[in-house]
Every structure is written in C-alpha cells, then in structure tokens.
Design a protein around this ligand. Structure first.
Ligand code: ZN
Length: 236
C-alpha cells in the first residue's frame, strides 16, 4: 500500500522558522514530487532564537532564512508576525490563519502535536484545529471566500519524539537531502550548535528521521497521527 499525494494541496503550519525542517519537510518534498501543491505557514518571527553572540535584526535574518528554505522546497510561504513565546489561541491568529487557509485552500494541513514541548507549538495545534473549521464556516468573514470543507489534519511528531505515539510513518528516505539543504539555510540557528542551552539542529534532525525510519524499516521517515474528528477523516 502506498500513500499518493498527487492532486492534494498540503500546507504545514508551524510556530518557528525551522520547525518544518525538523518535523515534516521530507513529507512536503515527497508530496511535491508526487504532484501536490505545497506551502508552509510560519506564525512566529523567530526573533528570540539568539545565539550566544547576538545577531542584530534577528527577525529579519530569520525571515530571509525561511524564504531561502521554502525556495529549496518549492513551497509557497505564508508568515505571521507573532513574537516567539507570544502565540496563543486567540481571535487575531484564528482569523489570520483561517484567511491563510482560504487563500491556499489546503486539502491537508500538517500541524504541531497538542502535547509538543513548546507553548507556541501547542498554540499552533489549537489554532489549526479552530481555524481549519472556521475556514469552511460562512458565518466567519475574512478577506477570501469560504472553503467548501475543513482540511484534514495530521499532527506532526514532537521534537525529539517525546510522548508521541505515531499513527503512521511517511518514508522520506529519498528526500532526506532536501531536509538537509533546507536546514542549511537556517545559519543563525546552526550557529547555536555550541550553545549550552540549545540542541544542535543537524544531529537532532538526523537522529529523529533515522529513528522513525528504523521503526518503520526504512532509512528515514517522518511520523504523524491523524486528527480524527467530525468531518476531518479521509479514506484512501
Ligand atoms: Zn519551534
């Protein structure tokens, strides 16, 4: 049995500029190669991810880094302007995200798991649940037209796999190099590899893709769990 992304419209919604690289970029790359339209929506600016030697205008630097990473993938990029650590389930991000969904019209949304470690990640899980629903609600008016149905949601693995029981795995062995190239765009964060309070991103990404791959009998995989709820389930 094989997943087939052809004809789908897949959007990853993440909190920070490098989260997609760690958790779902291989799946996005595979979806694109199978004919899906793909997009990434990053809600926070990443302006507090400072290395020991601070970078001036870090928010602008990270914006350039995420643009370069999205270009590697060939993904459309949507960006919010919330500060790191300031994202929460509130009306403004709900309306913003519902309108992003109405612009891109995803059939599938990849989002952080509700139990991930970072409060911004947990906020994304709640916001995606609400905003996909609102995107298909005529009573919620935004700048773009209402969608016929809310997108399906797959929750992404947690960072370092803590407390995440995978529902299924996507084989990304052939797209690991795309994840690597995207991660290489995030120079400001790679420069934090020696900082004592920070986990170096490259080994973190490789270890997680390798472990999920080992669990599924392939070289590299990304793990997801379907958000099973009213009107969200699909059959294939
Ligand atoms: Zn993050």
């Amino acid at each position: 049995m094989k997943l087939d992304f052809s004809g789908e419209r897949v959007m990853a919604v993440v909190a920070h500029p490098d989260d997609a690289e760690l958790l779902c970029a291989g799946t996005l790359a595979r979806a694109r190669s199978e004919g899906a339209a793909i997009a990434i929506c990053v809600l926070c600016r990443g302006e507090k991810g400072q290395p020991a030697k601070p970078i001036r205008n870090l928010g602008a630097v990270r914006r350039r880094e995420m643009r370069a990473a999205a270009a590697v993938l060939g993904a459309e990029l949507f960006t919010g302007r919330w500060g790191d650590g300031e994202l929460m389930d509130a009306d403004a991000p709900r309306v913003f995200l519902a309108d992003v969904f109405r612009r891109f019209r995803p059939s599938l949304v990849l989002a952080h798991a509700p139990n991930d470690y970072h409060p911004d990640h947990r906020a994304v899980a709640a916001l995606v649940d609400v905003a996909t629903w609102f995107s298909a609600s005529r009573g919620r008016v935004t700048r773009h037209p209402v969608l016929p149905a809310p997108a399906a949601i797959w929750h992404m693995d947690t960072i370092e796999m803590h407390g995440f029981e995978p529902g299924f795995y996507v084989d990304v062995s052939a797209w690991l190099s795309v994840k690597e190239r995207m991660l290489s765009c995030h120079r400001s964060q790679l420069s934090r590899a020696g900082d004592s309070e920070f986990s170096p991103l490259r080994p973190l990404m490789r270890a997680q893709a390798g472990m999920r791959g080992a669990q599924a009998g392939v070289a590299a995989a990304e793990a997801f769990r379907i958000h099973a709820s009213f009107k969200r389930c699909r059959a294939w």
